[in-house]
Ligand binder design. Sequence first.
Ligand SMILES: Nc1ncnc2c1ncn2[C@@H]1O[C@H](COP(=O)(O)OP(=O)(O)OP(=O)(O)O)[C@@H](O)[C@H]1O
Ligand SMILES: O=P(O)(O)OC[C@@]1(O)O[C@H](CO)[C@@H](O)[C@@H]1O
Length: 301
Amino acid sequence: MIYTVTFNPAIDYVVRLDTPLEVGEVNRAKGEDCVLGGKGINVSGVLAELGCRNTALGFVAGETGAWLERGLAAQGITTNFIHLEQGMTRINVKIKAGQETELNGAGPDIPESAMEQLEAQLDKLAEGDILILAGSIPSSLPQTTYERLLARLEGHGVHTVVDATRDLLVNVLQYHPFLIKPNHHELGEIVGRTLTTDADITAAARTLQEKGARNVLVSMAGDGALLLDEKGEVHRIGTPKGKVVNSVGAGDSMVAGFVAGYLRSDSYLEALRLGTACGSATAFSLGLAKKEKIDELLNQI
Ligand SMILES: Nc1ncnc2c1ncn2[C@@H]1O[C@H](COP(=O)(O)OP(=O)(O)OP(=O)(O)O)[C@@H](O)[C@H]1O
Ligand SMILES: O=P(O)(O)OC[C@@]1(O)O[C@H](CO)[C@@H](O)[C@@H]1O
């Protein structure tokens, strides 16, 4: 069984402007949409679209949390969220005004008692299960939070995937995650330099592999992705053609496609192809990728 964990889910409020955003002025939107979000939840949505049964775990709070939960149920996504007594699930603002500007909320505090409830859920995972930890954590929690969960699962035979930034990601490498997926900016932040060439990116990915990651998938938005697999082989892929509508969630879709592709084929190349098709299908759609678009793009890769 596949489980995703989203510590900080969101309602993504996507606002479209047909003029550039003017900071400090009243800006009028051409239109807006609300999309259910949060990285792990997006991964769950695309996995479900690909026919992979999975359960979305994490924390929700308040009316926005209830909205999120209802919306996911209506889409047929299985969830088992922990309900926080204080605060509200955040609303993240995504402004499309030529350039994309994002304003992500802080999210509700997660008390120790709620963390323990999550640990009790994860204690039930068994050999061969897949656990995907994706996204930021509220500032009330330490950057060792993902590490704490992986330490607890060590030796249980659970395959882990981590999509997070900076220390949250670096701290889990010692637990040998099956897959990590930084984008090239996040990877650059970790190694402390700007990465411009494939050779730079490969070298940086190798440093994370040396620290323990099995497979390092580096996404580069419209420039495609580079995979350093656990055998040390480098695979480079571009993107199919299409019109970008909203790239929010493209990285999460890539993670979902990679995992589903690997489960289907046992091949890293196929995993990378499906990951790319899912990432680009989301970039070319308003919400998350739909199966029809994924299949269409897969034929082009
Ligand atoms: N502009 C684009 N055109 C085509 N494909 C794209 C575009 N943006 C993203 N993709 C696809 O999605 C994949 C992941 O995108 P990206 O590198 O933006 O992830 P990310 O930074 O983790 O995104 P997010 O945090 O929004 O989920 C890319 O490798 C590519 O396959
Ligand atoms: O603040 P985080 O957890 O880093 O990212 C949250 C978020 O930007 O990630 C998803 C896209 O990847 C969105 O649905 C959501 O708003």
